[in-house]
Design a protein around this ligand. Structure first.
Ligand code: PEP
Ligand code: MN
Length: 474
């Protein structure tokens, strides 16, 4: 890849006023690592493409295309996470389980930004901490599966591995892994991100007048009156505070800037490594398909391809931790993925399930604390609480989700550690995928649209953010 020292990226990275927490810089890459060294390691979720030459062709094309994000944006997120690790910020991460190309539509994207923004306001005003917004979007197209194939009516086909790999329809053509999809998804990620950026620059982000947002609720949203009223009070409070700070000389500026970062599971390593390149001014590599890739519960095996890939890039990375992970596993992952103790590098996303979190989480908190490792703890209360109804629908109960959050807070309080963020599967659309609020089990079929895991709708997501804000202040 080209390295130009007169590139504007260099100037931007040395911008004055950058937080000192952005230092130290990531170390030079290990000499035994390259963007493709993962190819020598086992990949438990490897895609079986029929035609390796076609994969190579697509990868070469993606290598030539401009990156989706820049290394200085990635560094900015890292410095914000570093501050969150010190208890000064809170991270809100959310979006679809499986993003789809079909859903790359203005209305759907706007509603997703809208709900993330509303939740972040509730957390900011209620929890009294600046909130870093990280979307599961512009690249969340690849899904790990527990089974490589699916059997229906005597026909066995590959499972749906997300739009990046194959199509959801249950036909041999749709389910065949097609490398061209990587290029199509890359383009859809670019369109999504372009739209997100244009909104961050104006449009939706009129934080000076947050009161106006309450208007975007419609009766149909099924929002309980109490939540609706609380939100109106929250926006009034924030509007007053921002205008007051403005009058005092513009201190509200940083708070009122609406920034969104992107994240997705770094699962298909052909796609990730095609856009992994060195920063122009130093020997540090960045995965420029997203600001924050994460390592999934099914691919965090030590010695595996995904850990190998992630150890060489400088992005902040998330690590999903389920109830079977041992304290030793966690320390080993930290040693491999952050040997230099870079601030802001590691986000540990626990997804234990409401019934297991009380036993599974405390030993991890203790061992990381005792080892003095710097991490950001985030709670994903979705993935440990998936159930199947008697009629075979995959769902999650609001009550279990809330219970996992409460018990996660209890564990952090007991250990003296900071819960610095939450991770949700949600959508701004009025879906009926999780049970709770106005959605009962018999309502699930009304608007069940997800291609993978069930998501919270707007009303459910907002209600949860009030519960979290209360705990943040307690
Ligand atoms: C996900 O976030 O959609 C996911 C598959 O999570 P996990 O790896 O934690 O199961
Ligand atoms: Mn999911």
């Amino acid at each position: 890849p080209a390295r130009s020292s007169s590139n504007s990226e260099v100037a931007a990275e040395r911008a004055p006023g950058e937080s000192p927490l952005a230092r130290p810089r990531p170390p030079a890459r290990a000499s035994d690592w390259s963007p493709t060294s993962w190819k020598n390691k086992p990949d438990p979720q490897a895609t079986r493409y029929d035609e390796p030459a076609a994969v190579e062709r697509v990868v070469s094309r993606i290598e030539e295309l401009p990156p989706l994000v820049s290394s200085w944006e990635v560094e900015r997120l890292r410095s914000l996470i570093a501050e969150a690790q010190l208890g000064r910020r809170f991270v809100l991460q959310g979006g679809d389980c499986a993003e789809t190309m079909r859903d790359c539509r203005a209305g759907t994207i706007v509603k997703k930004l809208d709900i993330l923004l509303k939740m972040s306001l509730v957390l900011l005003v209620g929890g009294r901490r600046p909130v870093v917004r990280v979307g599961r979007f512009a690249g969340q197209y690849a899904k790990p599966r527990s089974r490589p194939t699916e059997l229906r009516g005597g026909l066995e086909l590959p499972s749906y591995f997300g739009d990046l790999v194959n199509g959801p329809e249950f036909t041999p053509e749709a389910r065949r892994p097609d490398p061209e999809r990587m290029l199509a998804c890359y383009q859809h990620a670019a369109m999504t991100l372009n739209f997100v950026r244009s909104f961050s620059a104006g449009g939706l982000s009129d934080l000076e007048r947050p009161e106006r947002w309450s208007l975007s609720f419609s009766e149909r949203d099924g929002l309980p009156a109490a939540v609706r009223e609380s939100f109106q009070a929250t926006t009034r409070q924030l509007g007053d505070a921002l205008r007051c700070m403005d009058a005092l000389g513009g201190a509200g500026n940083e708070l009122s800037r609406v920034e969104f970062f992107t994240s997705h599971e770094a699962l298909n390593l052909h796609y990730e490594s095609a856009q992994t390149r060195p920063a122009p001014d130093r020997d540090a590599y960045y995965d420029l398909t997203t600001h924050m890739p994460w390592l999934g519960e099914r691919t965090r095996v030590s010695g595996g391809a995904h850990v190998e890939f992630l150890r060489g890039i400088s992005n902040p990375i998330g690590i999903k931790l389920g109830p079977t992970v041992s304290p030793v596993d966690v320390l080993r992952l930290l040693d491999t993925l952050n040997p230099g103790e870079i601030p802001g590098r590691i986000v540990l996303i626990t997804r234990m399930g409401a019934t297991r979190v009380g036993d599974a989480l405390p030993p991890l908190l203790e061992v990381v604390k005792r080892a003095g490792r710097r991490v950001l703890w985030v709670c994903d209360p979705m993935h440990g609480n998936t159930i199947t109804t008697s009629s075979g629908v995959k769902t999650r109960e609001f009550a279990s989700i809330l219970r996992e959050i409460e018990r996660t807070y209890d564990a952090h309080d007991a250990c003296g550690t900071y819960l610095g963020g939450v991770h949700f599967e949600l959508t701004g659309d009025d879906v009926t995928e999780c049970i709770g609020g106005s959605v009962r089990e018999e309502d699930l079929s009304r608007a069940y649209e997800t291609l993978c895991d069930p998501r919270l709708n707007q009303a459910q997501a907002l209600e949860l953010s009030y519960c979290i804000a209360r705990r943040m202040r307690a």
